[in-house]
Design a protein around this ligand. Structure first.
Ligand SMILES: *Cc1c(COP(=O)(O)O)cnc(C)c1O
Length: 421
């Protein structure tokens, strides 16, 4: 469910009509709904009520300061995957004790940053990283709480680029090596083992891979405890999918996912950490564009928009589907048409959808891409010297620009001409 509905024939974000935002900031732009962000966070937070838990929003999905502040105000922790994200979380007022540091390639500089500012736990992904973190921590005279990310070798049945829990993926240590690795971690001076971490992929639409992974984590918890480790936290990652295509079968609900967690690991007395990103931000955002031209090709019609692959890369990168709807509500009974929906970038890959059946639109009309709140703005670039598009946050009847469109002067002046040129 989201808060982007037609009202009086016009698509709204909460109580704000999208043409009003378009008039104020120009197109294209991203727009996020506060109520949807809050609602999605609470689905997890309430879903685990009664279990000791912390929902650490995976901020790589959408790391705008205003989004982070919205969630932090509800008590969210953050899952960060770089030093930059760590600083972003801190800048949004998230205390160190609510920040989990994940990621396969943390540098020593990034580790130092997190240890200086304070961190709830670092999720370790390899033995060399473990040695490096212990050295950095010991050098600073601190002991850092750690979990080790185990790779349970389960098939998440999602797009290959976002599956992370198979043996062939770069993530975590094989679960079969966990005893050795935990024994080694326990001997290192800068580390204090507190838990186990697992994250098997993103956009999962089936609970079965989760069940397999969580049962393995439960068994591992018992084994590591028997081996003398104080396992008191389980970080179960993120990855729950969202319904991009409404006609498809809906992915499992967060309540079902939380019930599965209770069933598989609830008896262990561990504090549960979750790291949802996409489910919190995905359906909380739209990308709104204008139709520049309607071009009739030999055998198809092209809808040429003012947004492109640099603004929303998911279709060209993951062949992903975004519902595209006109901002002016189509009249009932109107005959849909097929379009290839494309952007102006000089690559055939700059195609949002092929032969998409949708309500007819004309040049000058506004269209909205649904489910664009996660992995949208954060993955955008200025390819073709197209300015990063603004982000807008709506709360009831108010809206605010939360990242402005840079001017072309700003973009060009970031380059530096060498003295000798
Ligand atoms: C990307 C990522 C997440 C979030 O995944 P979503 O599919 O957005 O929920 C959580 N944890 C880790 C370690 C990740 O890399």
């Amino acid at each position: 469910m989201d808060h982007f509905l037609y009202r009086d024939g016009v698509l709204h974000a909460e109580d704000v009509a999208l043409p009003e935002i378009a008039a104020a900031v120009g197109t294209p732009f991203y727009v996020y709904s506060t109520a949807t962000l809050e609602r999605h966070f609470k689905l997890f937070d309430d879903g685990l009520a009664g279990l000791d838990h912390l929902i650490c929003y995976a901020m790589k999905a959408n790391s705008n300061q205003a989004v982070l502040k919205t969630l932090a105000a509800l008590g969210a922790g953050m899952d960060v995957v770089s030093g930059g994200e760590y600083l972003r979380a801190r800048a949004a007022g998230v205390p160190g004790e609510r920040i989990v540091f994940s990621g396969v390639g943390k540098t020593r500089a990034e580790m130092r940053l997190a240890l200086e500012g304070g961190v709830r736990q670092v999720n370790l992904e390899s033995e060399p990283e473990m040695l490096a973190l212990s050295e950095v921590a010991a050098g600073m005279g601190v002991v850092v709480p750690v979990s080790v990310r185990v790779n349970p070798d389960v098939d998440a049945k999602t797009h290959e680029k976002i599956a992370t829990g198979k043996a062939e993926n770069k993530f975590g240590i094989p679960i079969s090596r966990a005893s050795d690795v935990y024994a080694q971690a326990a001997r290192l001076p800068g580390l204090k083992v507190v838990g186990i971490d697992v994250h098997i992929g993103s956009q999962l639409t089936d609970l079965a891979p989760y069940e397999q992974a969580f049962l393995l984590v439960a068994a591992l918890t018992e084994r590591l405890r028997a081996e003398g480790h104080d396992i008191r936290r389980l970080d179960l990652g993120g990855g729950l999918g969202i319904p991009y295509e409404r006609s498809n079968q809906a992915p499992p609900l967060p309540t079902e996912y939380c019930d599965l967690i209770r069933r598989t690991v609830g008896h262990l007395g561990c504090e549960i950490e979750l790291e949802p990103g996409r489910l919190i931000a995905g359906n909380a955002g739209l990308m709104v564009s204008s139709v520049i031209y309607l071009k009739s090709g030999e055998d198809r019609d092209f809808l040429i928009l003012d947004s492109a692959m640099n603004d929303l890369i998911r279709p060209s990168m993951y062949a992903s589907f975004h519902e595209i709807v006109p901002v002016a509500e189509p009249a009932p009974g109107i005959e849909p048409r097929r379009y290839d929906v494309v952007g102006p970038v000089c690559e055939s890959g700059d195609t949002f959808a092929r032969q998409r059946l949708m309500s007819p639109v004309q040049a000058g009309d506004l269209v909205a891409f649904r489910s664009a709140g996660a992995y949208g703005a954060v993955m955008s670039s200025e390819y073709n010297t197209r300015a990063l598009i603004p982000e807008v946050l709506v709360k009831e009847d108010q809206f605010a620009v939360i990242r402005a469109r840079p001017t072309f002067d700003e973009i060009i002046n970031r380059d530096i001409i060498p003295e000798w040129l």
